[in-house]
Each structure stands twice: as structure tokens, then as C-alpha cells.
Design a protein around this ligand. Structure first.
Ligand SMILES: CC(=O)N[C@H](C=O)[C@@H](O)[C@H](O)[C@H](O)COP(=O)(O)O
Length: 244
């Protein structure tokens, strides 16, 4: 952590957060590439960056004066369906690893599903608060019920990140953020709200602000050229006669 908790929260308000992540199947996968990506988005005005895995955070921390939101994605070894799996910072151990790497905000799965190693979310939150009083805790969730439960557990920020990625919400459109959830989180909990997930353009970004978001996070549309190209090539309409 580089700041006091209240300073981190103030630094996040009204900011565009950019998520720089690439899985193994993406040619951009790797710490050096994520460090370059982070430099790009910081130059472009990102107010904070979201990074995955301790080694990425350690590489970016030395040149990043803005808040870093850390996550530690760990797929369960027996996962047969990603929609049913808790994989964003699922355990206390995975949380400690990214906090020790230097993030200011720790984001973790805030759904009420069974977690890896049978750990309970409220116990993890309690222990993190005891160890790191200046750490800001963000819950990545998919429903308003989860938001209310996470607010009661003591999270500082509620994020719409997992809407569309759980069994209950998997039918949601891939191209639209969950505006309803963003508004409900703000209205029903009064906590800081991070609008995250499926924001592809300025219209959606501005609508997320209008829904009451305190910060907005974008990943794929900015930092995943593989995914954006796949989308455009799959959905473009080439006029008859142009293609050979
Ligand atoms: C569901 C899940 O695992 N979301 C992840 C969370 O860290 C990332 O893969 C997303 O890119 C990030 O949330 C930003 O969303 P989008 O890429 O749609 O702008």
C-alpha cells in the first residue's frame, strides 16, 4: 500500500480505472507486456489500474503513483464450469499474496458461492482488515443480494464485475453493462460503487456514471485487442460483392 485508506478512496472517485490483464491464451500474456500496457493507460489518463497476480503488481508498482487494484485469479483445479467457479482472489492466501506485492485495493469474489478450500468470505474479510487496516476492499459481484451482504461484511467498494459470469446471471448480454445492478448497488447500500464489466464505448461509460457509479473500470475494450478484433470480425457486415 502506498496511501492511507481515505486517500486511496478519494483518489478513486470519478476516475476511469483500466484493467490490464491477459490470460495464457493471449499473445499479450506476461509481466513485461502488462507493464507496458500499464504505462500506456497511465499516460492516457487512467486514474487507477487493475492488475492480476503478484508478479505483475511488483513490476508495475515502482512506476505507478496511482492506486493499484490487485486481484489474484486462481481457477479451482476441479473446475468444470467457469460460471460456477470462484476464481477472483478466492482464498485468504491468494489475497495476502497480492496485498504483499503492493496493491492499494484488493478485489475479490463477493458472491455467496462456496469457495475454494471451504473458506468463508466473512472470515477472510475479518482477517484482512485485522492485518491491513489501510487496505481498501472491493467486492466483485453479480447481484444486489450479494452487494447487500458484502456491505454488511465491511467491504468498502462494490463492483458489478461478475454480472453475466455466474450461473444465475449468465444469460445477460455480452455487450451491455448491468446498469440496473449499478443503480441498485448505489441506491440500496450507499457504498462506493465501481461499474465494471462489458463497457465498450463512451455511451455506455457515460450511462454508467449516470447510474450512480463512483468509479468506472474498463478492461477488454482498451487492453484486449484480441477480443475486440474477434468481436468486430464476427459481427461486421461485409456488403455482398466485396469479399472475393
Ligand atoms: C468476469 C471476470 O473474470 N472479469 C475480470 C476481472 O478482473 C476481467 O477479465 C475483466 O476484463 C474486467 O472485469 C473488466 O471487464 P471488461 O473486460 O468487460 O471491461
Amino acid at each position: 500500500m502506498t496511501m492511507r485508506k481515505d486517500q486511496t478512496i478519494e483518489a478513486l472517485r470519478g476516475q476511469l480505472v483500466v484493467s490490464c490483464q491477459a490470460y495464457e491464451d493471449n499473445p499479450l500474456h506476461g509481466v513485461d507486456n502488462m507493464a507496458i500496457m500499464s504505462r500506456c493507460v497511465l499516460e492516457g489518463g487512467a486514474g487507477a489500474i487493475r492488475l492480476c497476480w503478484p508478479e505483475t503488481i511488483r513490476a508495475v508498482r515502482p512506476f505507478c503513483a496511482k492506486p493499484i487494484i490487485g486481484i489474484n485469479k486462481v481457477m479451482p483445479t476441479d473446475a468444470h464450469d467457469a460460471f460456477e467457479s470462484v476464481y477472483i482472489t478466492p482464498t485468504l492466501e491468494s489475497a495476502i499474496a497480492v496485498v504483499e506485492a503492493g496493491c492499494d485495493v484488493l478485489a475479490m469474489d463477493g458472491t455467496l458461492r462456496e469457495r475454494q478450500q471451504g473458506e468463508r468470505l466473512e472470515e477472510i474479510v475479518k482477517e484482512l482488515k485485522r492485518r491491513y487496516p489501510d487496505l481498501v476492499l472491493m467486492a466483485d459481484l453479480a447481484t444486489i443480494e450479494e452487494g447487500i451482504a458484502c456491505a454488511e461484511m465491511g467491504f468498502d467498494i462494490l463492483a458489478s464485475t461478475l454480472s453475466g459470469y455466474t450461473t444465475e446471471t449468465r444469460e445477460r448480454s455480452e455487450m451491455e453493462p448491468d446498469y440496473e445492478l449499478i443503480s441498485a448497488l448505489k441506491r440500496r447500500t450507499g457504498l462506493l460503487v465501481n461499474a465494471e464489466g462489458r463497457i465498450w464505448n463512451l455511451r455506455q461509460l457515460d450511462r454508467a456514471w449516470q447510474c450512480g457509479a463512483d468509479m468506472v473500470s474498463i478492461g477488454s475494450a482498451i487492453t484486449n485487442p484480441m477480443k475486440t478484433t474477434q468481436y468486430l470480425t464476427a459481427h461486421m457486415h461485409v456488403p455482398t460483392g466485396v469479399a472475393g
